[in-house]
Design a binder for this molecule. Structure first.
Ligand SMILES: *Cc1c(COP(=O)(O)O)cnc(C)c1O
Length: 427
């Protein structure tokens, strides 16, 4: 084999088609959408197809209560209300997280308290979370990033000890499991996203959409009254005597899912178990083939986590020191030239460095208002989260496959070894 790196004029190690070969059942989607159009069923919840989808998601996850919503962030906003979060309360969110994940809490006037990632798992660090708990903390909001499950045992123990509610961001974690139990059936309340198009969108993709899942009747009823104005049968369904006194408008937000989106989500949900199993098999094949390679290792996972990185790709820890200081960008450029779709720029959402926490933005919240619900936002600066900030240039993401073209995984592994073996030519 010609060992000259492709970026230096050699031939690329990957010759197989590197695009995803899995195709979603588009014809089935068209049929389901057209049926709704023919029926004129384009609005509603608690009935018809949206209700059916809720039942199907419940069955997949094994949990007691599910609500289909307009988006993942409205599912999560409903979960924050369900948890009783309000102005002046604090919630904890990983600083490498997502604004949409906690926007609902922010706009209620709750204060974001960020926490570090564990630099090996790249997930919220339970020990760091515990250090940031104050008498005002009410919610912990971990993110199961790329479907990879956070340390649920540690997080639930912390919540129990400090009487907190675990609001899981499960936007990427449809079908992910912890100790054989699916996410949505284990914590207090979880919000899923159905954003994007299968197979690269959220694992159950509907264009736009979201799902609330819980086993707690009270949390379910609170989420329902917050987000499902005019849900069919809502008042009959409610058991809390206080909530039963509301009118069918409940608390006024109408964040239910669009039936056309639900029709597409149902088809995506049907193929989810198959996509997860195929993805895991492909990932294991690749991981086996690049085992022990210097400078590069898969982000660590907890032994109880079973997951597929259907959204966001496979995360790798990159150690430039093992390759003579070669930057992640240069390493990825060389891999890209070989035909490997590896990216270096995946620590992009650093929450505490957003302009709303680092700059004065006069009038943003309304003249004379210091922040949402008149609560000033906390101030943060570069250096406040050294562990998470230190991950910049050390985390790579590989666009990985459900159905790779024949021979592709072997060639990808060969290409990675080729670049690592020849890194000195890149210095
Ligand atoms: C997509 C996403 C959400 C929110 O989902 P939307 O459906 O886009 O509102 C929340 N958290 C994370 C981590 C996401 O990627």
């Amino acid at each position: 084999m010609n060992n000259t790196l492709a970026i230096l004029g050699g031939s690329a190690a990957v010759t197989a088609d590197a695009t995803e070969q899995y195709e979603r059942p588009v014809e089935e989607e068209k049929k389901a959408v057209c049926e709704l159009i023919d029926q004129g069923f384009l609005s509603g919840s608690g009935t018809g197809l949206p209700k059916k989808f809720e039942e199907e998601f419940k069955e997949l996850v094994g949990c007691k209560y599910v609500l289909a919503t307009s988006h993942g962030h409205t599912a999560l906003a409903s979960a924050y209300f369900a948890a009783g979060l309000g102005a002046g309360d604090e919630f904890i969110h990983p600083t490498i997280g997502y604004l949409g994940s906690y926007a609902g809490a922010l706009h209620m006037g709750a204060t974001p308290v960020f926490c570090e990632l564990d630099p090996k798992t790249l997930l919220a660090d339970p020990a760091d979370i515990e250090k940031r708990i104050t008498p005002k903390t009410r919610v912990i909001n971990p993110v199961h990033m790329c479907g990879r499950v956070c340390d649920m045992d540690a997080l639930l123990a912390i919540c129990e000890k400090h009487n907190l509610v675990l609001v899981e961001d499960a936007a990427h974690a449809h079908g992910s499991e912890w100790g054989g139990i699916k996410i949505g059936n284990l914590g207090h309340i979880a919000g899923f996203s159905c954003q994007g198009t299968s197979p690269r969108g959220k694992p159950t993709a509907a264009g736009e959409g979201g799902i609330v899942a819980t086993n707690d009747r009270e949390l379910y009823e609170r989420a329902l009254i917050y987000c499902h104005l005019h849900r069919s049968g809502a008042l009959d369904e409610l058991t809390n005597p206080v909530y039963k006194q509301l009118e069918p408008q409940l608390l006024g937000w109408k964040w239910r899912a669009h039936p056309l989106a639900v029709a597409i989500a149902r088809i995506s949900l049907k193929t989810l178990p198959e996509r997860i199993e195929k993805f895991i098999a492909t990932r294991e094949e690749l991981v086996e083939k690049i085992k022990g390679i210097p400078g590069l290792e898969l982000a660590h996972n907890y032994p109880k986590s079973k997951h597929a990185e259907l959204y966001g790709g496979l995360k790798f820890l990159y150690d430039p020191d093992a390759l003579g200081g070669l930057t992640a960008e240069c390493f990825c450029e060389a891999l890209n030239a070989e035909g490997v779709p590896m990216g270096a720029n995946c620590i992009s959402h650093i929450e505490h460095l957003r302009s709303i926490y680092t700059q004065d933005l006069p009038g943003l919240w309304g003249e004379g208002h210091p922040g949402p619900a008149n609560i000033p936002l906390p101030r943060y600066q570069d250096g406040d989260f050294p562990v998470s900030e230190g991950l910049r240039g050390r985390v790579l993401a590989l666009a990985s496959w459900i159905e790779p073209a024949p021979g592709l995984i072997d060639q990808v592994a060969t290409a990675i070894r080729k670049v690592v073996d020849n890194y000195q030519a890149l210095l």
